[in-house]
Design a protein around this ligand. Structure first.
Ligand code: GCU
Length: 337
């Protein structure tokens, strides 16, 4: 009898406690922080791409460090438009943040052409030595009067050509091929200098242009080639690594100016942390993208050093046209050990 009484008591207590917990969660409203600023961030890559993951990491960090006072909403996959139109929006404060390739930015801030010159860096390490050092800082001042404030450099690896019907095994093969390029004057001139026909086009239009035969090929890094599924139609990937085009995380100057100083400092610090994170993801994704496309039918073409030398030689007019005022800086970069 005593035993039964005890179990009834325990059962009642447990039931009471459970009901209490349920009611507590239903009716007890946790005071939520109302953000003072809800800001937009435009990204033209897919949700799981390294730069987009960097953006989410940045947004979370800023939210945490401002104790919920700044909320950043990420719009990926070109939801807010192509890079040139996002730049225009950033300049007038219509979009607050973005991560943009230097190839599109350099037409607005011309000294930046230097960092995207063909065959400028020996390798990735060399490029990061330049960007992380005093030269990189100096170059970021090119954004003065652009309506945008640079926050950090992001990695985008090296770019190579890929084609649909005919592989590029030599500079000869490239002659007369219609190659898509980003909306960038330097990239257009580079393709012409190499003997191809440049077709400037927004990033999200390339897949169907390859499929319909409007272009014979395009050029990009491994993660973009894989994530956009360009490898499905452009199966030949020729490793010529003609450029290494870094990217920049930016905030609209109009947005920057309305933020209190303590939030500006937090944003700068979080941008630097997100860049470190993106660079780590970038390395891993380059490797996995390469493996993935090869498994799925991509045919890789390696060029001999002699052939690459021909590409390098043919691209020299671009140095003259875009960077004749910066020859000392180019030397400085080339001599950086
Ligand atoms: C890279 C870069 C994009 C850019 C694209 C392009 O993928 O990350 O920002 O738009 O190249 O070729 O247009």
């Amino acid at each position: 009898m005593k035993k039964i009484k005890r179990s009834v008591l325990i059962f009642t207590l447990i039931t009471f406690f459970t009901v209490f917990l349920i009611l507590y969660h239903l009716f007890h409203k946790v005071p939520s922080v109302v953000p003072e600023y809800v800001l937009t961030y435009a990204e033209n890559q897919a949700r799981n791409y390294p730069t987009t993951l960097g953006a989410y990491y940045f947004a979370d960090l800023v939210n945490e460090k401002t104790e919920g006072k700044i909320e950043i909403l990420i719009y990926d996959s070109s939801a807010l438009g192509s890079e040139p139109s996002v730049i225009q929006q950033l300049q007038i404060g219509g979009i607050d943040f973005s991560r943009i390739s230097i190839s599109t930015l350099a037409d607005i801030a011309p000294p930046l052409h230097v960092v995207q010159l063909p065959y400028l860096y020996r390798d990735s390490e060399h490029m990061w030595k330049v960007l992380d050092g005093e030269i990189g800082q100096r170059l970021l001042t090119s954004f003065e009067d652009s309506g945008m404030v640079p926050l950090s450099w992001y990695d985008a690896g090296s770019r190579s050509f890929y084609t649909t019907d005919k592989p590029i095994r030599s500079l000869e093969d490239l002659q007369g091929m219609r190659i898509r390029v980003p909306e960038s004057s330097l990239m257009e001139d580079l393709i012409s200098a190499l003997g191809g026909i440049p077709v400037p086009m927004a990033f999200d239009k390339v897949y169907s242009a390859l499929e319909t035969g409007q272009i014979d090929g395009a050029e990009n890094n491994w993660p973009s080639y894989e994530s956009t599924r360009h490898y499905e139609t452009a199966v030949y990937y020729t490793i010529d690594e003609h450029t290494r085009i870094p990217e920049v995380q930016l905030i609209s100057k109009a947005t920057w100016d309305k933020l209190p100083e303590q939030y500006q400092t937090i944003i700068m610090e979080c941008a630097a942390k997100s860049a470190e994170y993106e660079r780590l993801l970038w390395k891993r994704r380059t490797q996995s993208s390469k493996e993935y496309v090869i498994k799925n039918g991509c045919l890789v073409i390696d060029l001999s050093p002699e052939e690459i030398q021909k590409f390098r030689q043919a691209s020299l007019p671009v140095y003259e046209k875009y960077c004749s005022d910066y020859m000392d800086l180019i030397k400085e970069i080339q001599n950086l050990k």
